[in-house]
Design a protein around this ligand. Structure first.
Ligand SMILES: Cc1cc2nc3c(=O)[nH]c(=O)nc-3n(C[C@H](O)[C@H](O)[C@H](O)COP(=O)(O)OP(=O)(O)OC[C@H]3O[C@@H](n4cnc5c(N)ncnc54)[C@H](O)[C@@H]3O)c2cc1C
Length: 510
């Protein structure tokens, strides 16, 4: 297909990368990026790039990936609760300053022959081109202007987060909660340069209000940093900060917005990156999704006969992976929103709960990659010596085989006896609500008292993960024994949930 003019709205990672790939594939086309900001030479915080992303970027454009990797900072992961800390070997985890990533992508777009126009805000109505790529970010004006065609849905998370940084490199990425007189704050922090780390700090609404941050947020003028919050958090995270300051960059408390759209294209306009979809930062995937969109768009335009066909093919290709990651991100966001409830768990077991939180990683896979963390966690769960934890391939059955004593009730293993379903004191509930919805909260508040709650519902995996998540909420709030029905093919999910104290027992329905 011959394209003469391509305009990209937005010079974020998605827009710049798309512009470079499109110019390389259509060397005769005039490719222009309009970016409302000016090239950011100032301090910016880092984003993480997982190893799978690096593979995809390497296949699409090895040169720019090499430059990105050269400017990145490798790190490991750890979790610290109180004085207990566990480290996790996690190959090829990289982080890069956002400003650095943009500078690399600007250079490579320029080198390919892309026309970069900074300080120029445009709307679709201003533009005339064969193809318009709207990579204008989470607050995309294109998405709003053409809302009828794109059908956007935007959901705000419950918790609040603040994105800031510090001027030293942490020895590894760290997740660490701190409880003050007002409540719990959790930091996700990681180094992204030899003298820089990102600090993402989150909390719940009540803690935020008790600390007076509703007021400081209101009183911080647009475009400035909420210094009151930074000063407070600097004291709270003094141990992790090792005497360093927290630094803001237009830093304010925000609620994460998850964006979904019914369609990503209309006529010759296509949404890309955050403009089309967002995924909670705790799975570190927004930049990756935007850059992988660019790869798919470039390929679709090379293979199709016309723009319509290409944009439809791009969306068809990307939707399944984006939907999948958004589902994982939603569970991850809810897990972090409810993090303080789990702080009494031994830190190694908490790490198992963290790794299996979104249904992406099984206990077996975690134990294969990090036995030094998984095995003590499993030993804590089963109250055995660490040497008695079996090898990864046997873990699922071993977990299901653990006895349980809950008050007066004793179970020889984690498979619920069928007689319990109709026993006095058991309440069966058919679950048809999302685990963190208001409807779920109402369901929990209205529960009749019981010694055991037995949760039933559809047999597909998302419904099962939902039941396991809601089981955890009910378990923590009532102290009752929780049983979840699920098909035997999902026994690995069952084992992960049991070892993470999300559920006590399971019943296999097939
Ligand atoms: C707290 C936090 C932490 C994150 N951490 C990670 C992480 O660790 N790893 C990761 O992969 N992702 C992370 N992300 C997500 C990541 O920042 C975004 O997903 C990514 O930047 C999306 O890229 P984009 O190109 O789609 O949009 P953006 O990066 O938002 O770029 C859009 C650009 O468009 C410009 N623009 C907007 N409108 C116009 C217009 N009308 N005319 C001209 N220019 C316009 C804007 O100025 C902006 O530069 C995080 C996000 C948050 C909020």
């Amino acid at each position: 297909m011959k394209l003469n003019t391509i305009v990209v709205l937005g010079g974020g990672p998605g827009g710049l990368y798309a512009a470079r790939l499109l110019k390389l594939s259509h060397p005769d086309a005039d490719v222009t990026v309009y970016e409302q900001g000016v090239p950011d030479k100032t301090f910016g915080f880092g984003v993480g790039l997982a190893s799978r992303t690096q593979r995809n970027l390497r296949l699409a454009d090895e040169d720019s990936l090499n430059a990105i990797v050269a400017a990145s900072h490798p790190h490991e992961m750890s979790m610290r609760v109180g004085d207990a800390e566990v480290r996790l070997a996690h190959g090829e985890l990289l982080a890069i300053g956002r400003a650095t990533l943009l500078a690399v992508l600007q250079n490579y777009a320029h080198a390919a022959g892309v026309n970069l126009r900074f300080g120029e805000r445009r709307t679709v109505a201003d533009l005339d081109a064969d193809l318009i790529v709207a990579a204008d970010g989470i607050s995309s004006a294109t998405r709003t202007e053409l809302a009828e065609a794109f059908g956007p849905e935007i959901i705000e998370g419950e918790g609040l987060y603040l994105w800031c940084g510090t001027e030293f490199a942490l020895p590894s990425a760290i997740f660490t909660p701190v409880t003050t007189e007002h409540g719990t704050f959790v930091a996700h922090a990681y180094p992204y340069a030899s003298d820089r780390s990102t600090f993402l700090i989150e909390t719940d609404e009540q803690t935020w209000q008790r600390a007076g941050f509703d007021i400081s947020t209101r009183e911080t003028p647009t475009g400035e940093t909420d210094q009151v919050s930074l000063d407070y958090l600097q004291k709270a995270f003094a141990q992790t900060l090792q005497g360093h300051r927290l630094i803001g960059n237009r830093t304010k408390w925000l609620r994460f917005r998850t964006v979904r759209c019914r369609s990503w294209h209309t006529r010759n306009v296509v949404l890309l990156g955050d403009a089309a979809h967002t995924a909670h930062y705790s799975i570190g995937s927004g930049t990756k999704l935007a850059m992988e969109d660019a790869i798919a768009l470039d390929r679709a335009l090379l293979e199709a006969d016309d723009v319509d066909e290409a944009l439809a093919a791009y969306e068809a290709e990307r939707r399944p992976s984006v939907d999948h990651l958004q589902a994982i991100a939603e569970r991850s966001m809810a897990w972090w929103d409810s993090f303080p409830d789990r702080m009494t768990m031994p830190v190694e077991q908490l790490m198992i709960a963290y790794m299996t939180r979104a249904g992406k990683v099984s206990v077996e896979r975690f134990a294969e990659s990090a036995p030094q963390v998984a095995n003590p966690g499993l030993a804590a769960f089963a109250a055995v010596d660490v040497v008695d934890v079996p090898p990864p391939a046997k873990l699922t059955e071993w977990i299901l085989d653990q006895a349980l004593t809950a008050g007066e009730q004793r179970f020889v293993n984690r498979i619920a006896p069928e007689a319990l379903r109709t026993a006095v004191g058991t309440v069966q509930i058919d679950i048809s609500v999302r685990p963190w919805s208001n409807a779920a909260t109402k369901l929990i508040v209205d529960l009749p008292p019981a010694a055991t709650y037995w949760l039933t519902g559809p047999d597909h995996r998302e419904a099962i993960l939902d039941r396991l998540d809601i089981a955890e909420r009910i378990r923590r709030e009532t102290g009752a024994v929780l049983v979840v029905d699920l098909p035997a093919e999902f026994r690995a999910d069952a084992a992960g949930a049991i070892a993470s104290d999300r559920v006590d027992l399971v019943a296999f329905t097939s």
